[in-house]
Design a protein around this ligand. Structure first.
Ligand SMILES: [Fe+2]
Ligand SMILES: [Fe+2]
Length: 136
């Protein structure tokens, strides 16, 4: 079962960004599925790294668009991306230090909650702004 469900409600109306968001949700679900099957901590870590790397690439796409179209909310938005990457790094460090900790639920709850809140918040504002500039 998927940990996080993608739905049209998460669409921000910009095709490229929607595609990347869907991919992020897929990566989260793949990581969860592997860990559910009883994967090692190492496998969990490498999946977490893969997701964080893809998130960084996706954030760069959005930040490039925000600069190009001079989105007025780009500083606040950029700081949220930065916060997410720092937080994932911190959680990864905690996981390496204590593989026995009940980290899974905490980690996946954080990832899915943050992703949904960010997409429905700053990303949606960005989508509206870009659509107002004729982008689809
Ligand atoms: Fe974003
Ligand atoms: Fe995004």
């Amino acid at each position: 079962m998927a940990y996080m469900q993608w739905s049209e409600a998460l669409s921000i109306g910009i095709e490229e960004l929607d595609r990347e968001h869907e991919r992020l949700v897929d990566l989260l679900n793949e990581a969860y599925a592997v860990i559910e099957r009883g994967a090692s901590t190492e496998a969990g870590l490498s999946l977490l790294d893969g997701m964080a790397a893809y998130a960084a690439t996706h954030f760069a796409t959005e930040e490039r668009l925000m600069e190009a179209f001079e989105h007025p909310g780009r500083e606040v938005h950029r700081r949220q991306h930065e916060f997410f990457l720092i937080k994932v790094r911190t959680k990864r460090a905690a996981l390496s230090a204590d593989a026995g900790a009940p980290w899974r639920e905490d980690l996946f709850r954080f990832l899915s909650d943050w992703l949904a809140a960010h997409i429905l918040g700053e990303d949606r504002l960005l989508g509206d702004y870009l659509r107002g500039r004729g982008m689809r």
